[in-house]
Design a protein around this ligand. Sequence first.
Ligand code: NAD
Ligand code: AHE
Ligand code: ZN
Length: 369
Amino acid sequence: MKTRAAVAFAAKKPLEIVEIDVDGPKAGEVMIEVKATGICHTDYYTLSGADPEGLFPCVLGHEGAGIVVDVGPGVTSLKKGDHVIPLYTPECRQCKSCLSRKTNLCTAIRATQGKGLMPDGTSRFRCDGESVLHYMGSSTFSNHIVVPEIAAAKIREDAPFDKVCYIGCGVTTGIGAVIWTAKAEAGCRAIVFGLGGIGLNVIQGLRMIGAEQIVGVDLNPGRKEMAEKFGMTHFVNPSEVGADLVPYLVDLTGGGADYTFDCTGNTTVMRQALEACHRGWGQSIIIGVAPAGAEIATRPFQLVTGRVWKGSAFGGARGRTDVPRIVDWYMEGRINIDDLITHKLPLERINEGFDLMHEGKSIRSVVEF
Ligand code: NAD
Ligand code: AHE
Ligand code: ZN
């Protein structure tokens, strides 16, 4: 069938809105009509050419919501008409990783997903007869996509697509990093570096669990007001503090934070986040994605003295299990998504969403089909 998509034909080039062909679902796959998609910094990261798995031409986008419109043979857990959120971290419940209960990083389809292909090693997308690659197993910048059944979370039908699409990445990543990766406890002190679409959700996760102190760090002073609305207690602009940022933050948190979160993808910030942790027990969670070739460094002494470096992908969430719960939290008014969606755009204007992100004007732009 034909559908409309924003195609990335090459790195560093604007997306082009074109009609493409999408093949129907094969065994174990479903076709989803995407109703809305957010634009995450990771989409920009891959488009920038910095992602070692960035392959072109492809259809970017990984933060969507929509309706199942077709199912392939053997699909048992989904049916036509189901409302779903595609999962870039699937949950097969059978692989070594899923069965370990130690990680959310399901390995069932990761190898082909990283090559922009479906599990059978082929793509379902074509443009003018040429194959176009999938992205993060999602490609939500296309109005119709095909994903494996294990990579779609069924959600309640009264949830608005233009809001809950954000649960497909940013909301789950931020809140999940607090509750599933850090397992932060009430009364803790935390520092969040980078108050964008992810960091503000870390802040709302910290408020949910009852953190005592929530310090936000961002170069953009325009982030302060929104972060305070979401629970930030102290704002720090590194450009005003200068080279003494780490001692300043250690002092502000009474000896260092119990938990810090990098939501910038900047390796200098990652080091600052680790070193701003409390001696003996502070944990620093890396959420930000850094370019190919980038490396993190610190004095080993920082770890010898009890600080812990951890990473978090999709907030440690098990998608098919946890995403429907987060949708419920939103529908019950327990989390705020609406205020973080600062811009709505039609597909034709998707490139403006990337501009707004660079200019620091948007938190999340959502594209509606
Ligand atoms: P964003 O562009 O909305 O926000 C980034 C924020 O960081 C901005 O407010 C910016 O001003 C701030 N910032 C940049 N450099 C800074 C510095 N040196 N010091 C302090 N603040 C600084 O991006 P986002 O969508 O929130 O994504 C944040 C990061 O998280 C990206 O690297 C993205 O790729 C990554 N990410 C990771 C996961 C995961 O599962 N691990 C999921 C989603 C996004
Ligand atoms: N191809 C990239 C991977 C970047 C990365 O770490 N992605 C996160 C999700 S970011 C969502 O906005 C993730 O889930 N990682 C686990 C995984 O299996 O990819 C690179 O840099 O190589
Ligand atoms: Zn993302």
